[in-house]
Design a binder for this molecule. Structure first.
Ligand code: HEC
Length: 201
């Protein structure tokens, strides 16, 4: 379209299919156009939906309220959690279950890596003891059952400088560390720290 061409000005009567509305505000006039068809359809749809919805929620209950939906979802969630817990029983920590780790060389090897990265700085690369006690001898401050070791690793002895590892390592990883420490017993590394604690034969 030629931009210089003058735009047609609306006549006071309007066009044949959209007559002018009667008013004029500061010279601004309006065509009396009908509402767009899609708008009118949506409007009537909402009007028709309203009684269906109000009766459904407040009178006959065929539409769930927010609270009902929430309770239902929470129940589904609880069922899923129960099913998951049943399928994945958490590792039982007792002497026998830890002993399985102790007897599995792969578990001790996994524990060795954790030990090198996290424990060697205080217990020595070979467990010979530095700041922390020697872990290769028969002397133990906090007992020498598998569970004793697991508990010290888990809870630490903070006032003596042994950090707790509960939030750092999973139960599985702590069991691997027990397996590794058990494998150190009797290795007699050089420069071993003097015995601490009680003798366990
Ligand atoms: C910041 C130094 C430090 C770090 C790091 C450290 N420990 Fe210790 N650990 C100690 C000290 C100190 C003790 C002695 C606590 C006491 O005297 O009661 C100890 C005690 C222990 C004991 C008990 C020894 C006994 O004789 O009863 C075990 C087992 C042990 N640590 C394992 C670990 C493991 C496994 C790690 C790594 C995940 C680790 N420690 C990391 C300092 C440390």
């Amino acid at each position: 379209m030629n931009p210089n061409e003058a735009k047609p000005t609306p006549s006071p009567e309007g066009s044949p299919d959209a007559p002018m509305q009667g008013h004029s505000y500061d010279g601004i006039q309006e065509y009396d156009n009908p509402m767009p068809g899609w708008w009118v359809w949506i409007f009537w749809a909402t009007v028709l939906f309203a009684p269906f919805y109000i009766l459904g929620v407040h009178v006959f209950g065929y539409i769930d309220t927010y609270q009902e939906d929430l309770a239902q979802s929470e129940q589904e969630l609880a069922e899923m959690r129960a099913a998951y817990a049943e399928a994945h029983p958490s590792l039982q920590i007792d002497e026998a279950s830890l002993q399985k780790y102790v007897e599995d060389p792969a578990m001790a090897a996994a524990g060795a890596q954790l030990f090198a990265a996290n424990c060697a700085s205080c217990h020595g690369a070979e467990g010979q003891g530095l700041i922390g006690p020697n872990l290769t001898d028969k002397y133990w401050i906090h007992g020498n059952t598998n569970v004793d070791l697991f508990n010290v690793i888990t809870k630490g002895v903070l006032e003596k400088g042994m950090p707790p590892w509960e939030s750092v390592f999973s139960v599985e990883e702590r069991a691997q560390l027990v397996a590794f420490i058990r494998s150190l017993e009797g290795t007699n590394p050089p420069d071993a720290k003097e015995p601490q604690g009680e003798l366990y034969e």
